[in-house]
Design a protein around this ligand. Structure first.
Ligand SMILES: Cc1cc2nc3c(=O)[nH]c(=O)nc-3n(C[C@H](O)[C@H](O)[C@H](O)COP(=O)(O)OP(=O)(O)OC[C@H]3O[C@@H](n4cnc5c(N)ncnc54)[C@H](O)[C@@H]3O)c2cc1C
Length: 430
């Protein structure tokens, strides 16, 4: 019987897995690998805040799934999955529509013998009124590009009213890695704007405030990292409001539970995560934020043929918590699911996934990089900052590129990037 392995979601984890499987089964006609994604190109999600500010040009950094499918010999299906039917072993893909709502491709199904869900996560607004209408999000490339356009519109508006001395006020709700890295990158872009014709603009014309409900920023990271990043952000000029619960968002202000009105030209919601709703709607077992529950071997609870990895799954750890939603988790889980699928296909027992926390690094754009490294080599946790931290941070993306393109191609991409940088503007202003 032929084996049809379907991977849904070609992000940090799913793409690496699909490529590993396709390489393994390249010469096997009885083993087919299919990747489904709702976008035609892959962009590594931790770069989205750089696309939003213009530090990164998404057109330069994207990779076509069809190009990868041709290279590694897997099938690629462009479409948004909206239901999993475990009983019939198929996934449902919604109809694709053009900008006038005309159907391009009708709704369809793809059958599987083994399915891996890797659809990532979305921001969680916790039902806060006004978020959907007034907030910018950073879950997808389209949202990052929308942010970029609105940011540019505001810059042009301020530039045109130069004499009024108005400030651009940006509020970021949520002080996780996304919010913190975005705040620093915005200031880095603002610093360069006068060189690009926005003569009256400077960092002091940009007001970035991070609003956080908890008692400190980067609550998931060690206290020392949080304290150091707080100091760096304050040095740059980012305002930080902790212990402040947001109660509603309006078109020009953020309202807090304590009754404050914080005026804002743009509001970014970067607090909390949840899994895409179709997982729970398909009747799969989920936790309270819709992540599919998996056993220690990353199989969906109650299923022998369905796996899940990355942000969209709730994988239990020995201490009772779940594996954190990070790119390194998705990467490690992809490696484990790959081995478990091979073991399963040859009738061998599966192995439990053990998450290894190698630490976390926070990039404050050109200002600094701060974090902690963990592992056997470090003999515990080592606090790092400055160029060494930057080097480790940059190597994370290069490792992902190496997994996707191969080591040699990654080196060529690095060379191409440096040529690109030398010949283009440092920031994208269109
Ligand atoms: C701005 C930002 C900065 C971050 N920085 C860091 C960092 O520095 N370090 C770190 O470890 N983590 C970071 N993260 C978190 C990290 O990006 C995620 O943990 C990681 O990408 C999760 O990988 P994944 O494979 O589970 O999902 P993703 O990488 O999100 O991929 C999900 C894929 O599924 C596709 N998809 C979704 N729904 C559907 C559907 N219904 N049908 C078909 N396809 C679908 C998407 O198009 C996407 O390609 C950051 C996140 C953001 C937003």
């Amino acid at each position: 019987m032929s084996e049809d392995i379907v991977v849904v979601g070609g992000g940090a984890g799913g793409l690496e897995l699909a490529i590993k499987l396709a390489r393994k089964f390249k010469r096997r006609t009885d083993k087919n690998v299919t990747l489904i994604d709702c976008n035609p190109t892959h962009i590594w999600k931790p770069l989205l805040h750089e696309i939003a500010t213009g530090s990164l040009n998404s057109n330069h950094d994207e990779t076509s799934y069809l190009m990868l499918a041709r290279k590694y010999q897997f099938a690629f299906v462009l479409g948004r999955v909206n239901r999993i039917d475990g009983a019939s072993a198929c996934v449902h893909i919604e109809a694709s529509l053009d900008e006038n709502n005309q159907e391009i491709v009708a709704a369809r199904t793809v059958s599987y013998t083994r399915l891996v869900l890797c659809v990532g996560s979305l921001c969680n607004d916790f039902g806060t009124p006004g978020v959907e209408e007034h907030c910018l999000l950073l879950d997808t490339r389209a949202q990052a590009e929308r942010f970029h356009q609105q940011f540019l519109n505001q810059l042009h508006r301020i530039h045109a009213d130069e004499n009024e001395g108005r400030r651009l006020s940006l509020v970021i709700v949520g002080a996780g890695a996304t919010g913190v890295e975005l705040a620093a990158d915005l200031h880095n872009v603002a610093k360069q704007l006068p060189e690009y014709g926005f003569k009256a603009f400077s960092s002091d014309r940009l007001r970035v405030m991070i609003v956080e409900a908890g008692p400190r920023i980067l609550a998931q990271l060690p206290q020392r990292v949080s304290a150091s990043v707080t100091r760096e952000l304050q040095k740059i000029g980012v305002e930080i409001k902790i212990d402040t619960m947001v109660s509603a968002i309006e078109s020009d202000a953020v309202k807090t539970k304590s009754g404050q009105d914080i005026s804002a030209d743009l509001v970014v919601w970067a607090a909390g995560i949840k899994a895409p709703g179709f997982i729970a709607n398909s009747g799969l077992p989920t936790d309270n934020i819709g992540r599919v529950s998996v056993n220690e071997c990353l199989q969906v609870e109650g299923s022998k043929t369905m796996y899940a990895l990355g942000d969209c799954c709730a994988c239990p750890m020995e201490d009772g918590s779940v594996v954190p939603p990070r790119a390194q988790s998705a990467h490690q889980m992809a490696a484990r699911v790959y081995k478990n699928i091979l073991a399963d296909l040859s009738g061998k027992p599966l192995t439990a996934f053990k998450y290894k926390d190698f630490g976390s690094l926070i990039s404050l754009s050109e200002f600094s990089t701060v974090g902690n490294l963990m592992g056997n080599l470090m003999r515990g946790t080592v606090f790092v900052e400055g160029w060494l931290a930057r080097l480790f941070y940059l190597s994370l993306y290069r490792m992902h590129q190496s997994a996707v393109h191969g080591f040699g191609a990654m080196l060529l991409i690095m060379l191409g990037d440096s040529i690109y940088k030398a010949t283009r503007a440092d920031i994208k202003l269109h």
